[in-house]
Structure formats: structure tokens, C-alpha cells
Design a protein around this ligand. Structure first.
Ligand code: OGA
Ligand code: NI
Length: 354
């Protein structure tokens, strides 16, 4: 069968990729927008700060908050260790994801959908309905807070999925709440400002990303450069490198450190901080011989909450950079517009006329 005929018969990349020796044309990026994988090898990891959270509620608090603030301001990314989530829970989560993507095609297809408004769905690439070039990724997307509103819709296979993934979500939420308290303080806001004033009833989404091995990784992306639309993302990745972060105009790989989380500032935090903290471009490249799993938790406001620059960060010298808007409005734009290096925030500037 030709590659084109195979493409037409498979919805998910995990079922298509093993049959291919070349990347199909709809996955190939224009020459000006390719990963340039060979350029990366000389850059070592450790390029984003690693922050030890041990003692966050003790004598080291002010020092840790300072480190977090510096990282949010200068890098938009940091990694955390001693975050309180056990190695066993992390390894189990990665193993559930691996098992899920190895389920028979017919089982996985039961929850396939290309409708971004569906809270539980398995899909591929980013938004197959609107994008021009496909991405080398399948993903299971879940809404996870409040858990009881969504868990009944989650996969039943592997059998421990609902219970174990639910526990993981609850633990990650606990860590996020500690981090957003610290971030509020680092901005000079009351420690409960983001939790209580900015996020409404709160929201939490998660993706289980599966990047199959790719015969020509230099031609395509797992995910092209983008910023995250939400408030803050906690990424768990397995031991296969792939994440790259834009720093001073260079794409810098963030090589995996076992049992750490990668934390990044999303667009909502950039707005709330009135541009003090930046939502930074990042992307995922793929590997020739190894599959890769990553599991981002996207913490956000509830869809109806009004997001805008915190009043405490707006004054005559620092006028509001953005207008107020709801996350529902923003989120819809994000999915329809597709992943683009120019993030959606431009459209929400106080001075924007679009
Ligand atoms: C994302 C993302 C990076 C990765 O899902 O938004 O940036 O390494 N993922 O999978
Ligand atoms: Ni992202």
C-alpha cells in the first residue's frame, strides 16, 4: 500500500507510523521551519533553573520564592525537585500512558474525536480540522477539575486508569496550588490572590502525549513552537529528550531529569502579571528510534472567570497591557487559530484593534 493510501485509512498516528519508512507529505514542514536537530547537540541541559522545593513552607521560603520569581521573569520555565509527588506515582502515571497507547486500535478509536470542545477525547496532531501541516503526535486530552464532573467519562482501560489518574490529578493540583501561592508572593500580591481572586472556580486539564518513533525527525515536529494558553503548566516527561525552549533566540533542549516536573508560565499568567512574567515559546521534536511520552497538566481558570492584569500591578507607570477577557473566549481562539509562534495574546492587548 502506498503511504497516501495508508494515511487515508488510519486516524491515529500510533497506528500509521509503524508502517512508514518516510514521513508523509502532510507532516513535512517548509525548509525554513524545520527542527535543525544537529545544531542542538552542543547545548547541554541545565539550561532552565532547577529549583528545590524542600523547605518551601519553612525557613527557605523567601529564598525559594525569589528563585521562582527570577525564573518566571527571565526564563518562563523552571524545573522542580522535592515537590512532594512520589516517584511511584510518577512512574505509574507514565506506565499507564504507555499502556493506553498500546491498546488495540479499535479500543482507542472508541474515544477518538477531532472536536476541541469535547472534555475527554483521543486525537492526533493538534487540530486536524484547521491546521495546514500535521504534527507527529497522538494525544489523550482530559479535563480533571472538578474531578467528579469528568471522571465518569474517562477511559476504563487500563483498568486502574480512573482511580490512578484521578489520584495523580489531585496530587498535581496540590503542587500547583503551592506554586501559585509562591508566584503570587513573588509578584508582591497577597499569597492567595491567584487562587482566590483570579481563577474563578479553577480548571485543570491534562494531556497524555504520545510521540511515535519517526523515520525522518528532521522534517517534522511533535509539536511546533507555541505558548500554552493556560495559567501554568506542569510537565512530566519520560526519559527520552524532545522538549525545547526558546532562550535568547536559541532553541534549547530540556533534557529529562527523573522525578522532576517542568513548570512553565502560560498566557494567562503573562496577562495577570501585566507582562512581568513571560509565556515562552517551546516545542517538541521527535526521535528516530524511540517513542516518547509526556504528560502536561494545564492549570487554568474556570471558563467564565474574567482574566486581566492584577490591579495591584497596574499603575501610572505600568498601564494595563491587556484588556479583561474570559478564558472561554481565549481558549476558543487558541484551538481555532492553531499553534503559531505569534501567540493569541496580541489580540487581547488593551491597545489592540483586532
Ligand atoms: C504541550 C507541550 C511539550 C512536550 O503539550 O503543550 O508543550 O514535551 N508539550 O510534550
Ligand atoms: Ni506546551
Amino acid at each position: 500500500m502506498s503511504a497516501a493510501a495508508t494515511t487515508a485509512t488510519k486516524l491515529l498516528l500510533s497506528d500509521l507510523a509503524p508502517t512508514l519508512t518516510n514521513v508523509p507529505s502532510d507532516y513535512i514542514r517548509p525548509i525554513s521551519d524545520r527542527p535543525s536537530l544537529t545544531d542542538q547537540t552542543h547545548i547541554s541541559d541545565g539550561s532552565i533553573p532547577l529549583i528545590d522545593l524542600q523547605g518551601l513552607n519553612g525557613p527557605r521560603r523567601s529564598d525559594i520564592i525569589k528563585q521562582i520569581g527570577q525564573a518566571c521573569q527571565h526564563c518562563g520555565f523552571f524545573q522542580v525537585k522535592n515537590h512532594g509527588i512520589s516517584e511511584a506515582m510518577i512512574n505509574n502515571m507514565l506506565s499507564i500512558a504507555r499502556t493506553f497507547f498500546k491498546l488495540p486500535e479499535s479500543e482507542r478509536l472508541k474515544i477518538y474525536s477531532d472536536d476541541p470542545s469535547k472534555p475527554t477525547r483521543l486525537s492526533t496532531s493538534f487540530n486536524v480540522k484547521t491546521e495546514k501541516v500535521s504534527n507527529w503526535r497522538d494525544f489523550l486530552r482530559l479535563h480533571c477539575y472538578p474531578l467528579q464532573d469528568y471522571v465518569h467519562d474517562w477511559p476504563l482501560n487500563p483498568p486502574s486508569f480512573r482511580e490512578d489518574v484521578g489520584d495523580y490529578c489531585t496530587s498535581v493540583r496540590g503542587l500547583v496550588l503551592r506554586l501559585i501561592q509562591a508566584i503570587s508572593e513573588s509578584l508582591g500580591l497577597p499569597s492567595d490572590y491567584i487562587d482566590k481572586e483570579a481563577l474563578g472556580k479553577h480548571g485543570q486539564h491534562m494531556a497524555l502525549n504520545y510521540y511515535p518513533p519517526c523515520p525522518q525527525p528532521e522534517l517534522t515536529y511533535g509539536l511546533p513552537g507555541h505558548t500554552d494558553p493556560n495559567l501554568i503548566t506542569l510537565l512530566l516527561q519520560d526519559d527520552v529528550p524532545g522538549l525545547q525552549v526558546l532562550r535568547d533566540g536559541n532553541w534549547v533542549p530540556v533534557n529529562p531529569i527523573p522525578s522532576t516536573f517542568i513548570v512553565n508560565i502560560g498566557d494567562q499568567m503573562q496577562v495577570l502579571s501585566n507582562d512581568r512574567y513571560k509565556s515562552v515559546l517551546h516545542r517538541a521534536v521527535v526521535s528516530r528510534d524511540k517513542e516518547r511520552i509526556s504528560i502536561p497538566t494545564f492549570y487554568c481558570s474556570s471558563p467564565d472567570a474574567v482574566i486581566g492584569p492584577a490591579k495591584g500591578l497596574v499603575d501610572q507607570d505600568h498601564p494595563a497591557v491587556y484588556r479583561d477577557f474570559t478564558y472561554a473566549e481565549y481558549y476558543k481562539k487558541f484551538w481555532n487559530r492553531g499553534l503559531a509562534t505569534e501567540c493569541c495574546l496580541e489580540m487581547f492587548k488593551a491597545s489592540s484593534t483586532v
